[in-house]
Design a protein around this ligand. Structure first.
Ligand code: AMP
Length: 554
């Protein structure tokens, strides 16, 4: 395995990518970075989700002359969204080299771009049309440009930018380096290569077909939903006996581990920053089944031999298809059936198709379970354990109890009451916002009469009910979105400080300056006391029971 340091990156750049939580180069990065540093022209076939941005951005940043404040690199992208995203990535990677980056695109007032250009920038990222505008106005000086990157070249060609691209290439110095990144390599790219590139080297990360174990492979679309809420719903439905959840970076692992713990899932984390002793300890607990969920990066999970994993979840889709195969190879071992679940955002659909192509099979899309589905699944599991308990016998002392009560009540009613107490199921809400998005686009929220001028957000929104849910108390908190509070902060504070499981916390409505949260009635006083002692996002709070106990109609 190559490391970033072995690719010749300098300390400030290494520090930035370490902080971002990258542990090792992706295949496209391993193949590209050094060659770009050597100055050769490159045609790389790689799609979004492979780490292609860092593959060109890191070596481009390495080569910048710190004291030269004119554009040294030009990056062309098909859309403004991508321009902004690539500019942000360059800014992050170049943080400790104090790299000056500017995104330019149509639709943004040109005056602001002019001012920034005058102040002096080193990397300009933009859509071809707007870049050409600046070149023609003489506001973008190209004499100092040493590298030109064509990002998502096939998309730019599809959008009809070929003439603009050619015009830009003609305006840049002849001795520049040209890098072309594209998911596909259609004919016109050959023409660009011939006219504007010098002996380009071809790099491709398309891997050979690989076969995977007989694991049930499914995916869920995240869409516009909170990814964490989607995961929580899936975990509640699947009730894994032991699962590994993969994230892309160390920071993502830590973050997810914390959020899961705050919701009372038994989760531990594993990544490269842990000492060997810490890792061994985590692994021992996982093997002994005293931890249900292991959240890990690819690197940390590599080489682990874990026999009993029922579920592998790709919280982040893997950056290269091969690691998909490695990841899911951890489930379904030793004759046990396993499930591999991948969460896919709209941008990542293409990456999913590539993985399917490589493993030579389709990954089935699943509909997000509703709360009613979760309850039904739990009942099935409960029935199964009842059957086992009856078969195992040893029920004598309980039989006496049933006989006693049987004189007073009908045995069916008795059993039903016992199940109700045991299962303590949540009530199915009128609206299941999370699952509902599956079938319809999110409708614009209704405005309340006498609206507060802002709208609540909350991953556990109360869904238009009047008054708290039965058995719950509604608390008023004098903090809100303006204090950068997220629903997770509130759940976390209640779970940690009052020592109640995050799952017991009910709906949260978050407004600009205040929030409502529902907690089980009998715990309300305890939660109030605990919250008064603590801070949320660094702020002291004065929580009270919300009066009157009704929700604001939405
Ligand atoms: P891209 O293919 O450039 O759109 O990158 C996809 C995502 O992967 C981005 O969120 C990057 O921040 C992330 N990423 C890129 N390289 C690495 C790496 N070596 N390790 C972990 N994450 C990475």
């Amino acid at each position: 395995m190559t490391t970033f340091a072995e690719l010749g990156l300098s300390e400030p750049v290494l520090r930035a990518i370490t902080e971002l939580g990258y542990e090792e180069p992706t295949p496209i990065q391993a193949q590209t970075i050094q060659r770009v540093s050597e100055g050769v022209d490159i045609i790389a076939q790689a799609q979004t989700g492979t780490g292609k941005t860092a593959a060109f951005a890191l070596p481009v940043i390495e080569k910048l002359e710190a004291d030269q404040r004119t554009p040294q690199a030009l990056i062309l992208t098909p859309t403004r969204e991508l321009a902004v995203q690539v500019a942000e990535a360059c800014h992050n990677y170049g943080k400790y080299k104090h790299v000056q980056v500017l995104p330019v695109y149509g639709g943004q007032p040109i005056g602001r771009q002019l001012m920034a250009l005058q102040r002096g920038v080193q990397i300009v990222v933009g859509t071809p049309g707007r870049l050409l505008d600046h070149i023609r106005r003489g506001t973008l000086k190209l004499d100092g440009v040493r590298t030109v990157v064509l990002d998502e070249a096939d998309e730019m060609l599809d959008m009809g930018f070929i003439e603009d691209i050619e015009a830009i290439l003609q305006e840049t110095p002849d001795d520049r380096q040209t890098l072309l990144f594209s998911a596909t390599i259609p004919g016109p790219i050959g023409m660009i290569a011939k006219r504007y590139m010098k002996d380009p080297q071809r790099i491709s990360v398309a891997a050979e077909k690989m076969t995977v174990a007989l694991t049930r492979q499914v995916y869920y679309e995240v869409g516009g939903r909170d990814k964490f809420e989607v995961l929580a719903r899936i975990l509640d439905f699947e009730t894994p006996t032991s699962a590994i959840i993969f994230c892309r970076t160390k920071s993502a692992v830590d973050d997810l581990g914390q959020r899961l713990t705050a919701r009372a899932y038994q989760a531990e984390t594993l990544h490269g920053d842990l000492s060997q002793i810490q890792r061994d300890r985590v692994m021992a607990r996982f093997r002994a089944n005293s931890v249900e969920i292991l959240v890990a990066t690819d690197v940390a999970a590599r080489g682990l031999d874990i026999e009993h994993v029922s579920h592998v979840v790709n919280y982040d889709i893997p950056l290269d298809p091969e690691s998909y195969v490695h990841r899911i190879g951890r489930t379904g071992r030793a004759g046990r059936a396993g499930v591999a679940i991948t969460l896919v955002t709209p941008r990542e659909r293409r990456q999913l198709r590539i993985i399917e192509g490589m493993i030579g099979q389709e990954i089935q899309r699943m509909r997000l379970p509703t709360i009613a589905d979760v309850i039904a699944r739990r009942r099935e599991a409960f029935k199964e354990s009842l059957r086992e308990a009856v078969a195992a016998g040893g029920l004598e002392s309980y039989t006496i109890l049933v006989e006693e009560l049987g004189e007073e009540y009908d045995p069916i009613d008795l059993a039903a009451a016992a199940f109700k107490l045991l299962l303590s199921e949540p009530e199915v809400p009128a609206e299941d916002t999370l699952a509902q998005q599956e079938v319809e686009e999110r409708r614009p929220p209704r405005t309340a009469p006498g609206d507060f001028g802002d709208r609540p957000t909350g991953s556990r929104s109360g869904g238009g009910r009047f008054g708290p849910e039965r058995g719950m108390s509604r608390l008023y908190l004098d903090i809100g979105r303006d204090d950068n509070v997220r629903p997770a902060d509130i759940v976390g504070a209640i779970a940690n400080e009052a020592g109640i499981p995050g799952r017991a916390v009910g709906s949260i409505e978050l407004y600009d300056r205040f929030a409502f949260v529902e907690v089980p009635e009998q715990m309300a006083e305890r939660v109030l006391k605990a919250l008064k002692r603590t801070t949320i996002r660094g702020r002291k709070i004065a929580p009270t029971i919300a009066r009157p106990q009704v929700a604001i109609p939405r």
